[in-house]
Design a protein around this ligand. Structure first.
Ligand code: ZN
Ligand code: ZN
Length: 123
């Protein structure tokens, strides 16, 4: 990847029906956020650009502070920054990913493993 290209989050690519399907991952949680339909292009890099621009991007949020692409649950929309840069205040009562009730001592959801708290535990 050259510096001229815009930043694209981590992804995997699978050939499918003569095209390539891309799966894009949140840069903070590592969770798969969006999988595109098969994209056909001259080169794999071109296909990646198209897949990201036309499909992937819309499912992500761009942190204006650190420049990472993150999923909705990893994004603090109040300030347009990821939760690593702008942690939520207080401790959540529910997992933001699966909705399970959590105890205030939990750092990770006991059901799905999503990180519940940020800031003091993020080093
Ligand atoms: Zn950030
Ligand atoms: Zn959960």
């Amino acid at each position: 990847m050259t510096e001229k290209q815009q930043r694209i989050p981590k992804f995997t690519a699978v050939e499918f029906n003569g095209g390539i399907r891309f799966r894009f991952y949140c840069e903070l949680s590592g969770v798969a956020v969006h999988t595109t339909g098969p994209v056909a292009a001259e080169t794999a890099e071109e296909a990646l650009q198209i897949a990201w621009e036309k499909e992937g991007k819309a499912s992500f949020n761009f942190c204006r502070k650190c420049g990472r692409w993150v999923s909705d649950v990893m994004f603090n929309a109040d300030v347009c920054e990821c939760v690593d840069c702008a942690p939520w205040e207080g401790t959540p009562n529910f997992c933001s990913h699966c909705g399970r009730g959590v105890s205030h001592k939990d750092v990770f959801c006991r059901k799905c493993g999503t990180r519940l708290r940020y800031g003091e535990v993020w080093t």
